[in-house]
Design a protein around this ligand. Structure first.
Ligand SMILES: [Cu+2]
Length: 202
């Protein structure tokens, strides 16, 4: 009987927490128009900062495979501090490197040879875009975009994106794209869906 009497207030407490977290979670949904770019796909969209908030390094790793001499996926967005596992599903070795991060050549790094079936990992602690290349297959190219908050998305082939679980507030939304200029827009996220339209120019 004791445990049953205790269950009441505890259950009410947790359901109240659950309702509170539901009320706070909003999402930012948007569409990017690409002016003069090859496509509106694979554009990174992210909230630059949440005032007063720092984000722990994620425990979960993210993978980039190499398949048919291509990086799969072609582009990823990760929170600063994320470890990326580089895989190789091909029958041949790849020599993966990035010549800079955010244009800073001091942050260049080479994984050297990634043999078939091998995995090599790297933790990205610097914010910015890194272009993955392979100096054995010059056509290979992909991107890792390291951002400062976990509030990010990558556009689909129609240019749409959704950033989930955004706390209400006014923030700077930024974009990164392979062949377009970075864009910046101020948004105010509510506790429901916030719609955004952006144009990324060449
Ligand atoms: Cu290669």
């Amino acid at each position: 009987m004791k445990t049953i009497r205790r269950a009441g207030p505890v259950a009410i407490f947790f359901s109240a927490l659950f309702v509170a977290s539901l009320a706070q979670a909003g999402e930012v949904k948007g569409k990017i128009s690409a002016a003069g770019l090859k496509s509106a796909e694979n554009i990174a969209v992210y909230i630059d900062a949440i005032p007063g908030k720092k984000f722990d390094r994620p425990v979960e790793h993210v993978s980039v495979d190499q398949r048919n001499s291509a990086f799969v996926p072609h582009a990823i967005v990760i929170l600063r501090g994320t470890t990326v596992d580089f895989l190789n599903s091909d029958q041949v070795a790849h020599n993966v490197y990035w010549p800079s991060i955010n244009g800073d050549k001091k942050l260049r790094h080479s994984l050297t040879i990634v043999s078939p079936g091998q995995k090599k990992s790297f933790q990205f602690d610097d914010v910015g875009a890194a272009q993955m290349l392979c100096n054995l297959h010059l056509e290979m190219s992909g991107y890792i975009v390291v951002v400062p908050t976990p509030y990010f998305a990558l556009t689909g082939n129609d240019g749409t994106f959704t950033i989930k679980n955004v706390p209400p507030g006014t923030y700077t939304l930024k974009t990164w794209s392979e062949d377009g200029k970075p864009t910046t827009q101020t948004i105010t996220a509510a506790d429901a869906t916030t719609s955004v339209e952006l144009t990324v120019k060449k």
